[in-house]
Design a protein around this ligand. Structure first.
Ligand SMILES: Cc1cc2nc3c(=O)[nH]c(=O)nc-3n(C[C@H](O)[C@H](O)[C@H](O)COP(=O)(O)OP(=O)(O)OC[C@H]3O[C@@H](n4cnc5c(N)ncnc54)[C@H](O)[C@@H]3O)c2cc1C
Length: 408
């Protein structure tokens, strides 16, 4: 059941009175995060759970304005620029959770359940609350600061948990940017090895141990024994994720708790621009191998250390593409525009530098960018969104900029 309240005059919504206000201190941050990074999901909720038509959502602004125990409130400001009325039309909708929230931790699960339901109705790939077990086969450095974990997924992958939320699953072989939320606690007892060459400027006592961390499936392929997979972990000091990856030995098991498909479908046609830092290089590398667009992309690769720019040296455009569109091209060359910063790649200043680097390149190489994908640090992503909107003027559906990490 979904309630809709016309609120042109911003009246206090009567339905809100029947919901339970939540007072968890973390709610404000969670709402700010969703409003900054998950607006497309909120639009999906409005499309699926309300009577609004898709064309009413074009150009509209949506905001999560309240989280109650039983529902979220979404306020939409319609784009009525084409109409003569000078009044901004607003409406608030309440989208009920599948089950009411009693603890802050349950918000994540209830939000994911709404997202799963919406994505299913929209025919989109969605996040999975699935346990997956991998076995470590080997690991090696593939550029100065990038550690490759070589993992296998044995044929029989069930790990004794057959509940609905934790089914065993298959590993996607043809998806770029498919990410796993790895359970670092599972390997905690072995993750305490001394850490040579680590940047000890990060004081461990101030850094709480992370319980889990997202890493992307760099590549996976079928073998006679099951599936083999690569996961590339950027080592940037004495941190939970890096220490977890360094400590893993052949034969260790590794468990993930959640799986997350990346939004890359818009890249199938047009001139694409991909911008990666060290954490999103694995996604971009797989995108390139699976490239299924006749036009090769422009890749802007930003690394702190010049030595990590070699990451793309062994990547060939379209080698694993299903239709072999790009691989069949005479010229399956893609351009990497390197940007070496000699500092941690975070914040607004990096966004300005990326924008300037791109502007300089486009002055000497006049390309019309039609599509864009990137994943960066939160502050950089926020600033770059505005800058690239001004520079490229792309529609919301053609421009994806994700947050892969957050600088403290
Ligand atoms: C969907 C998704 C996919 C991802 N895929 C990958 C992947 O394939 N490979 C990969 O390496 N990362 C990937 N990441 C990013 C990774 O999850 C984060 O960088 C994570 O914060 C690393 O955890 P940590 O324990 O090393 O550091 P944290 O515990 O997060 O932080 C410890 C300290 O390190 C700093 N820090 C964190 N990340 C970085 C960084 N990248 N550079 C510099 N300083 C940093 C923090 O500011 C803090 O001071 C992905 C993230 C998402 C959301």
């Amino acid at each position: 059941m979904t309630h809709s309240i016309p609120s042109i005059e911003n009246k206090s919504p009567t339905q809100a009175d029947s919901y339970t206000i939540l007072t968890f201190p973390e709610i404000a941050d969670a709402m700010a995060h969703i409003n900054e990074e998950h607006v497309d999901e909120l639009l999906g909720f409005l499309q699926v759970f309300t009577s609004l038509k898709s064309d009413e959502l074009v150009g509209a602004n949506v905001q999560l304005t309240a989280v109650y125990a039983e529902a979220i409130a979404l306020q939409i400001q319609f784009d009525d620029t084409k109409k003569t009325s000078t009044q901004t039309r607003e409406q608030t909708f309440f989208i009920p959770f599948i089950a009411p929230i009693t603890q802050m931790e349950e918000l994540n699960t209830q939000y994911i359940l709404l997202k799963q339901k919406a994505d299913k109705k929209l025919g989109k790939k969605t996040i999975k609350l699935t346990k997956q077990r991998f076995v470590v086969q080997d690991s090696r450095m593939i550029s100065k600061n990038m550690l490759r974990l070589i993992l296998t997924v044995p044929h029989l992958n069930a790990i004794g948990d057959t509940s609905n939320h934790h089914r065993s699953s298959s590993v996607p072989i043809n998806e770029a940017g498919y990410a796993y939320l790895f359970d670092l606690e599972h390997n905690r007892s072995v993750a305490k090895i001394p850490n040579e060459g680590a940047d000890n400027s990060i004081d461990k006592s101030e850094q709480p141990e992370r319980a889990h961390c997202y890493y992307t499936l760099r590549k996976a392929w079928q073998t006679s024994d099951g599936v083999q997979a690569w996961v590339d972990v950027f080592l940037h000091g004495d941190t939970s994720g890096g220490n977890w990856a360094r400590s893993l030995q052949a034969g260790d098991s590794v468990i993930s708790k959640r799986e997350f498909p990346e939004k890359v479908e818009h890249l199938r046609e047009g001139q694409a621009l991909l911008i990666a830092d060290e954490t999103s290089m694995p996604t971009v590398a797989r995108l390139l191998e699976l490239w299924d667009n006749p036009q090769p992309p422009l890749v802007l690769c930003v690394t702190e250390d010049a030595a990590d720019q070699t990451y793309f040296d062994t990547v060939t455009l379209g080698t694993d593409s299903i239709n072999n569109n790009a691989a069949n091209q005479q010229d399956n060359h893609f351009t990497v525009l390197p940007l070496v910063t000699n500092q941690v790649n975070a914040g607004r200043a990096l966004a300005d530098l990326i924008d300037k680097t791109l502007a300089d390149y486009l002055t000497t190489h006049p390309l019309h960018i039609d599509k864009f994908w990137s994943a960066l640090e939160a502050g950089t992503a926020k600033a770059l969104r505005g800058l690239l909107q001004q520079r490229l003027g792309l529609a919301r559906a053609d421009s994806v900029i994700k947050v892969y990490w957050r600088k403290d």
